[in-house]
Design a protein around this ligand. Sequence first.
Ligand code: ARG
Length: 264
Amino acid sequence: MAGKLKLVLALATITTAALGAATPAQAAPNPGTTIVGGTLASTAQAPWAIALNNTASSSPNDQYCGATLVKANKIVTAAHCVARAMSSYTAVQGRDSLSETSVGRTSKISKIWKDPLYGQQPGHDVAVLTLATPFTGVATLPLETSRSADVAGARPTVYGWGNTGGAGPAERFQKVLVPVLGDSYCSRPDVYADYDYEADGEICAGYVEGGKDSCQGDSGGPLVLNGRLFGVVSWGIGCAEARKPGVYAEVATYASALQAQINS
Ligand code: ARG
């Protein structure tokens, strides 16, 4: 069951439309402004990075969540990103600045699958969407299938168009390296023990001292390790705060269910 405390925090912090689901994350200090402490990234170098826009977003260019192209017509995102009506979503590929609305390719969504255990059990924050117009010819990311990839000291990078906490341009595609801190770190009482951190389905990544993190609006986006989709941006308390790292859905844990949807 998603923790009561997490839900209370989510309800208390309405800033981005991405908070529409049972996301436990708090708002960053400066709403509307992607990734905290990162650097500009390029969708030419990360063509599989998808902006999952939604008409219910409070941001001017419908910025809402991230996703990852895993097949020409399939994207992986977070379950908490798919609570809206299917027709309200648009997947956007190849657009570094979301304000450049004529740049890149877009597709509507024709099918939504979300992990049926999401909201019933901790973790399971994963979904697979089918694109009405496949992004044919665009590079895809393979899923990480080994659970042993989630080891403290691994150095994945997270990508997104989410909140920067005021540091840097809004709506602009960014990336930041977030070292894996390990399940035992996030399970500590002074970290996320009270927030139902799920060691067997979540990845704990970021900095003990804070400063760099994913944030609101990055949810559903890719955490990439060794050219594979390692994690999906899921939640955190605040953004880039000390002892409150990012929590990512562990793709390897859900890989067989995800792959079945991707193949369908
Ligand atoms: N739940 C957020 C979203 O909907 C993502 C939060 C990630 N937070 C963090 N501190 N890493 O966009």
